[in-house]
Ligand binder design. Sequence first.
Ligand code: S3P
Length: 429
Amino acid sequence: MGKRLSPANQPLQGELKVPGDKSISHRSIMLGAVANGTTTIKGFLPGEDCINTIKCFKKLGVPIEIEKEDVIVVGNGFEGLQEPNDVLYVGNSGTLNRLLLGLLAGRPFHSVLYGDESIASRPMDRVAKPLRQMGAVIDGRKNGSYPPISVRGGNLKGIEYESPVASAQVKSAILLAGLQANGVTTITEPALSRDHTERMLTAFGVELKRENTTVSLEGNQRLHGTNIQVPADISSAAFFIVTALITKDSELTLTDVGMNPTRSGIVDALLAMGANITMLNERQINGEPVADLHIKSSPLKNIEINGELIPRLIDEIPILALAATQAEGKMVISDAEELKVKETNRIDAVVNQLRLLGANIEATEDGMIIEGRTNLHGGTVDSLGDHRIGMMLAIASLVASGEVVLQNEGCISISYPDFFPDLANLKNN
Ligand code: S3P
């Protein structure tokens, strides 16, 4: 069993708009659900993670309709959320689990959140701890640290919190609780993580203060329903950017790609490696920078990846590691221990799976070391249920010399249901 992927070494040609940004899609439903009035979302990602967000908010009593390409959310303020009479299934989504905990921390009722096998091993204490400090009652497996996790919200008070990790999920959960708290809530992170929540809260009419890596807001603010246009997901675009760069004679345009500087680290890293990527039509949509990207095959040189760049490309490290196998020299990735608590342990997953195709790659405590200019061969590999590992391995098959059999490829629909048809279209142009 598994998906058989023949070696292609064929150029990618043409134009593509990858699906909507996953982080922004989740947030558009969440903020729409607690706003007053109607929010219309265009370009929503219909991947499994975001569909689970819609299902959770419907169970919380929020009317949400899908009309053709648009998603319409009718919010009735935070008070419009009702105690669910069923458990809330978050599927594979850490973002949904953690942000929903933050939102529910301020609601005077009881909810239980659970998900798939991967979610059961994702640490929740990073959000549970500050939310308890604010006044919520949170419990779960292993002393309240892992899902299934329950929350009984209450009267919250604002806190000043210094997060030990640069995590947008932690920051967002605290901000969503802070909006319902008495007083001011302030969070400082060690490096700036993605700031979609801050940008979207502003679009919904919330006032917040930002300075370097600190953000603060006053509690008891109201959100006003608005129209949201979701940009194409740079994390999905990254798979095609790298494919175009490492296959001969490729020339590709990816349109409407979200270029938020807290997310565009992958483009910066590839440019530093010598990639031919041009940004066109740079513009802003709902406070989010967007551009069309033109990419041509390029000889790449490996660089070191660490420090503040890490949170700006954390989800793109699997595909960056594949790019590194084809570039000149050695890539050392460090400061990336957060990879161990993603959908899989992505240090182990990347290293073990790419080795099966002949990569010369080694795991370290906080990252990996990859030797470049490696000829990958065919083999049987496994996504391990991690969508980004699955897509990376599918792209690896395009530069491998033999057939790659990809097991458990179904998880790719978590963030990119049409990944294989979109790839096939670009190969046939
Ligand atoms: C996300 C934040 C990141 C990222 C995840 C999506 C978000 O996680 O890896 O895929 O939408 O807030 P952390 O906040 O845990 O770093």
